[in-house]
Design a protein around this ligand. Structure first.
Ligand SMILES: *Cc1c(COP(=O)(O)O)cnc(C)c1O
Length: 377
């Protein structure tokens, strides 16, 4: 079956007990154990819940993994996956991973003795150079945020395999509709479900998918032990959002491409970053590992003032953090997602006060273009 069909037709399409077309919200913390010696699948909702199970098996199938796990946020998923490692282990992380991932590596996990080094992963040689005797994993995100740099997933995952490391990929920007890291060699995929998977800016959620049952058991031990699980209502919203992932993301992607082209020839715009644009240095590589450029782009105005004016004047894009909703969002990395980085580090990465990140929504592209033009005028 094609991806769009699998989104709708899966093992949970009818409720086994009633035939309901929607997975019921099992708002129950515990489950009666009539025959205690027999054991049963569900006994306590931190350990397992039927609503959550439907989401976990759905994401596992969509990513092509052996097992999926749902969490209360993307950071819950990422922190729990990092929890499979031990004090004294070392992780190689791309330097432009999501700010929250960078922060827990640099603070929480550092205090617990998990070492890491950050490198520009868009050049595979940098990953190789960062290898130490205690390295256990590489943590990647491609396209990266906010400058949409591309990492060669096949090469990085092949290197990880050779060196006996786990390759972890944050696939939030692409979703399995456009990029399936496990097929490219990754061992673990993590997601902020808050973004395109949920898709409606109404739920905070996270997911992890393991290539093998064995890796899955290690993640499950943390999920069950840490307990960073989602409640069944949030899972219901995720299951509901997921059904329309294909139509939403394909439409938003078309709009992003139109916006990128338009901005690219706009006299008030200094540079546009979008992996679907001719002239993006990672375009060919991206197209070799993903089936679309996605719905996130960034651009630089000529001055900081022009960027701030754009954010003040734009009407159809919400000036906000986050991405992947039905509404277009314009975020300002310097003050939002990357506010925690020291200014010289931001400057080195190219995250300047003139940079704006756009997550295209489902508004008509003509309206967005007219609105952007007015805001840039
Ligand atoms: C938002 C985001 C996260 C964190 O997810 P939350 O749901 O906000 O906890 C992780 N990675 C990426 C790429 C994100 O965009």
């Amino acid at each position: 079956m094609q991806f769009g069909t699998i989104l709708i037709h899966n093992e949970h399409e009818f409720d086994a007990a009633t035939g309901a077309l929607v997975v019921p919200v099992y708002q129950s913390s515990t489950f009666a154990q009539r025959d205690i010696s027999a054991g049963q699948e569900f006994d306590y909702s931190r350990s397992g819940n039927p609503t959550r199970k439907a989401l976990e098996s759905a994401i596992a199938r969509l990513e092509g993994g052996a097992a999926g796990y749902a969490f209360g946020s993307g950071m819950g998923a990422i922190a729990s996956v990092l929890g499979i490692f031990s004090a004294g282990d070392h992780i190689i992380a791309a330097e432009d991973i999501y700010g929250g991932s960078y922060r827990i590596l640099n603070t929480f996990y550092k205090r617990w003795g998990l070492e890491h080094s950050a490198c520009d992963a868009s050049n595979i040689e940098n990953i190789k150079k960062a290898l130490r005797s205690n390295t256990k994993a590489i943590f990647l995100e491609t396209p990266s945020n906010p400058l949409l740099k591309i990492t060669d997933l096949r090469a990085a995952c092949a290197f990880a395999r050779e060196a006996g490391l786990l390759a972890i990929v944050d696939n939030t920007f692409m979703t399995p509709l456009l990029q399936r890291p496990i097929e490219l060699g990754a061992d673990i995929v993590v997601h902020s479900g808050t973004k395109f998977l949920g898709g409606h800016s109404d739920v905070v959620s996270g997911l992890a998918v393991a290539r093998s049952e064995e890796i899955g058991r290690r993640i499950y031990a943390v999920q069950n032990g840490f307990g960073a699980i989602p409640g069944p209502w949030d899972v219901f919203l995720m299951l509901r959002g997921l059904k329309t992932l294909k139509v939403r993301l394909e439409a938003a992607q078309q709009t992003a491409a139109k916006l990128a082209l338009h901005l690219n020839s706009h006299s008030a715009v200094e540079a546009v970053y979008y992996p679907g644009l001719n002239g993006h240095s990672g375009r060919e590589l991206h197209e070799s590992q993903a089936s679309g450029a996605g719905a996130v782009l960034s651009f630089k105005t000529k001055t900081e003032e022009a960027a701030l004016n754009f954010l003040r004047r734009v009407k159809l894009a919400a000036p906000a953090v986050s991405l992947g909703g039905v509404e277009t969002i314009a975020s300002y990395p310097v003050k939002m997602s990357h506010a925690g980085l020291p200014p010289h580090e931001r400057e080195r990465l190219g995250i300047t006060p003139a940079l704006i990140r756009i997550s295209a929504g489902l508004e008509a592209p003509e309206d967005l273009i007219a609105d952007f033009d007015a805001a840039l005028a």
